[in-house]
Design a binder for this molecule. Sequence first.
Ligand code: FAD
Length: 436
Amino acid sequence: MNDIGILGGGISGLFAGRFLGDGSEVLERSDRPGGLARSFGERGFRSDIGGHILFSKDKEALAHSLAVLGSNVRNGTRANRILYNGLHVKYPFENGIDALPPEERLDIVIDFIENPHRETPTNFREWMYHVFGDALTNKYLLPYNEKIWKTAPEEMSLEWVGRVPRPPLRDLVKTAIGIGTEGYTHQLHFQYPAEGGFEAFPQAVAQGLGKRLTTGFDIARIVPVDGGWGVLSKDGEERRYRELVSTIPITALFDVLDGVPENVRSAAKALRFNSLRVALIGVEGESLPEYTALYVPDPRTIYHRVCFNHVFSPDLVPSGHQSVSCEITVKPGSELDQWSDEQILDRSVDDLVREGVIEREKIVHREVHRERLAYVIYDTGYADRVRVVREYVESRGIHLAGRFAEYQYVNTDACVRRTLDLAQQLRGGLAPEARL
Ligand SMILES: Cc1cc2nc3c(=O)[nH]c(=O)nc-3n(C[C@H](O)[C@H](O)[C@H](O)COP(=O)(O)OP(=O)(O)OC[C@H]3O[C@@H](n4cnc5c(N)ncnc54)[C@H](O)[C@@H]3O)c2cc1C
């Protein structure tokens, strides 16, 4: 019997393997590890599954991420814009309002100061008005968030809003009178793999695991055996472990774990999420703007964000070409969920052309990537459901780590942090080869 079995080989599973070291093993269904952190593309055009960059307030987690990339790294500076009434406004919106007409700037500042929404917010809609005031909310935050979440903001809870910082009044006034400011400074400067797309990051972790990573292992059943666990693949292979760390989505875990009570199973099933389509469009020539991304709150446009891949790394495009990746969230079961790849591409191209982002005649490549589980939605029942699910898994002695395993809206830095903490808990520290 091996020591620790790690289910799933995305960033969480791979770092769990790295930090837990010898005696631990990672089992991944797909033929390539990396999960959401993989990249896709053909004919020299590459895209991530939605724009991915490395940044963090957690310096230790970031240092571990950069340590695995070694010299395959390039430094980037955020150059995002928001398409608002035909203007390209600097991101975040509140730090770009100097691009707006004076009357709109005035409304934003006055509504922020004289905000009548004083009462403690109980849902996401109330929170936006409470924190930002009417004008900032109505012009940008509300339409953008309705578009990305495809969920009424009054049905969303507040567990996740710590991710969205409140602008200091001084910065808002400075911006309004034309003195440049920066917001979300923790992600102003970032790192990105020089070669191989974001997937080079999980690949680098995987390389260090060697034979301790098994790909093509599609977990079909998990059963208690001799005080430990038996993990069976769809091909009938069995591995045995003393302990399990699960990084696969919680619903996938319950599909393969025996004995889950009905109330726990239904709590997991009721957890909500959005899917994602990424439309990768390659163009001839080098005339696209040097933006990292363009945010589009306009509800008439299908995508909410467009990433300019050559700005992340020239390695993502063939020489003499550039590309954009349009991110489109999809509510499972909605009409949009039924759209074919061609429909997604045609509509993305129409919108890109109408908004002046690309010229139709320069398009030389089009493809779509689909991802079912992309965004965790914090609806009003979220906290109770997640508590029921996590407490149950804990009672079975299985450790959860990761975005859809723990069911939270986290980036790779939080996945690295969780697995650092797990290594401390299970081993009393990091495997020697993983120490910085
Ligand atoms: C659009 C978008 C943009 C993002 N931007 C950033 C960013 O800029 N920076 C950042 O740091 N993070 C970003 N993230 C978040 C980041 O991608 C995730 O937090 C991270 O990749 C999650 O890793 P994970 O290992 O927890 O989960 P996953 O990547 O979901 O990995 C789970 C793994 O389990 C495997 N699996 C599932 N079922 C089975 C089974 N039955 N048997 C075996 N294996 C199985 C899957 O194949 C997968 O490899 C972004 C995410 C999205 C969607």
